[in-house]
Design a protein around this ligand. Structure first.
Ligand code: ADP
Length: 482
């Protein structure tokens, strides 16, 4: 494992100029795993310059060659999936099986965009003038800055780097300070796959604002792609305006899950438990309000409690563990405050509710899988993103009421509904103001499908045929025939 030389600039691994490093810890034990280079202004500037220099050659490279590099990276990632998953478990905390699923999902983006590289089609448009021809070209935007979060520390990188590289862009990536090692592992694969120097550069740092400012203010950077909190995303979007960068923003969410009384409540509870406690609730598509129609409330709640009772919290590498720690103390405080606030305002605590400290868990940041009943609009959890293992159940009576309440959020990323009524599934999925709707489906995501939100959940889409558009400018060529 690298120690201190985790910057990847112009095809070379290096340390920070002043040798500065920061510690990377295991959230399950608090133990220091490694140190990473603490890049700053000078290193970021060099990474931007390298990307700028590489852009002309890489954008002129033919799409089949760009695809080959991505396919080779895909093959390497698939071959080393178990090592990568073990690293992710150590650095990020999720159980090994979940980490392995994430690595596979991450590799899917490499394969998908390797194929999309070859499908950057243009078009021709008839003109009303006889001697004129219009053609439309799609060309790479230029140098891209990518900023990624810690909760999905491998797939959020391939979801940005793969389409950028496929489109012919070059990129400077700044990963989250909690998970630089996963980023290093991805970049080692890209280098081994033969990506030319400067096409993808990595700046690890404990100073996101400093590196971010440099990336944002540089006129050479033509696009920002960000996944993280709405708060930071708003600031970065405003700052990007000064140099008129393209932006894509994958921000927070406050997903509603609606369980209608025509659905099987036990099946719905199984889905709710799987998606709510996935990644310890640290996902922007995690259901934050689980609306359950009153007549199926007892059956749903019993089935959910049964599932929650079977979850096994612990360090992710321990066999049998199904739910890992929270990322840091601030996350623990936020979840605790939301639960206390809800209980004070009348919610019933049916399971969990506090930090776990037995069996050595006190060294990490573990919160008990929690179920709250009778949640309502007066409570913080009804509006604030939780990003933790708390299932908040909200009773409701009818369809129009629940659609209105589900839409009553500034966010608009994922939403879910359970119903066996075909008409209702169409009506409600059309009425929900979210970028993603899962109908009896808790996993409406894939490399082949567009992912993204509306409202304060962000701008743009990642994945699918839409994902590469974010890295392409449209150029019109008008030709007058002599
Ligand atoms: P979270 O609350 O999930 O950690 P953040 O939005 O704080 O979400 O972090 C997501 C990513 O944004 C991380 O890579 C983080 O380092 C980065 N980040 C946070 N603040 C800034 C900033 N001011 N400028 C640039 N990047 C930032």
């Amino acid at each position: 494992m690298r120690n201190g030389d985790t910057l990847f600039i112009d095809g070379k691994w290096c340390a920070a100029d002043d040798g500065r490093t920061f510690r990377v810890t295991d959230p399950a034990t608090g133990a220091v795993i490694a140190t990473a280079a603490d890049g700053g202004t000078a290193e970021t500037d060099r990474a931007i310059a390298a990307a700028h220099e590489a852009f002309d050659t890489w954008s002129a490279e033919n799409a089949y060659r760009r695809a080959e590099v991505l396919w080779r990276t895909h093959a390497l990632m698939t071959e080393r999936a178990e090592d990568l998953a073990a690293l992710m478990t150590q650095e990020q905390g999720k159980p090994l099986k979940a980490a392995l699923n994430e690595v596979r999902y991450a590799a899917d983006f490499l394969a998908w965009f390797a194929e999309e590289a070859k499908r950057v089609y243009g078009s021709s448009i008839p003109s009303s003038r006889g001697g004129q021809r219009f053609s439309v070209l799609r060309q790479p935007v230029g140098v891209v800055a990518g900023i990624t979060p810690w909760n999905y520390p491998v797939s959020m990188i391939t979801r940005k780097v793969a389409p950028a590289v496929a489109a012919g862009c070059s990129i400077v990536l700044k990963p989250a300070e909690q998970t630089p090692l996963c980023a290093v592992a991805v970049f080692e694969l890209l280098a081994e796959a033969g990506l030319p120097p400067g096409v993808a550069n990595l700046v690890t740092t404990s100073r996101p604002a400093e590196v971010g400012a440099r990336l944002l203010d540089s006129p050479l950077v033509r696009k920002l792609t960000f996944t993280g909190s709405t708060e930071v995303g708003k600031d970065l979007t405003a700052r990007a305006a000064a140099t008129m960068k393209r932006v894509s923003m994958e921000l927070g969410g406050h997903a509603p899950m609606i369980v209608f009384d025509d659905a099987d409540p036990v099946h719905a509870a199984k889905g709710a438990a799987l998606v709510k406690f996935l990644n310890t609730g640290q996902a922007c598509i995690s259901p934050n309000r689980i609306f359950v129609q009153r007549s199926v409330l007892p059956a749903f709640t019993d089935a959910l409690l049964d599932r929650v009772g079977k979850l096994v919290p612990g360090p992710g590498h321990r066999p049998g563990v199904t739910i890992g720690p929270l990322v840091d103390e601030a996350a623990l405080r936020k979840v605790t405050r939301q639960v206390e606030d809800a209980v004070e305002k009348g919610a019933r605590l049916l399971a969990g509710g506090d930090r776990l400290t037995d069996d050595g868990l006190d060294a990490g940041r573990f919160f008990a899988p929690t179920v709250l009943a009778d949640v309502d609009e007066s409570m913080r959890i009804y509006r604030e993103e939780t990003f933790g293992p708390v299932a908040a159940i909200v009773p409701f009576d009818d369809e129009s009421e629940v659609v209105r309440r589900a839409n009553d959020t500034e966010y608009g990323l994922a939403s879910y509904l359970y119903t066996r009524d075909l008409g209702r599934s169409v009506r409600v999925s059309e009425a929900l103001r979210f970028g993603i709707v899962g109908v009896n489906d808790i996993n409406p995501t894939a490399a082949a499908a567009p992912f993204g939100g509306v409202g304060m959940s962000g701008l743009g889409r990642e994945g699918g045929a839409h994902g590469i558009d974010e890295y392409l400018d449209v150029k019109l060529v008008g030709v007058c025939l002599p």
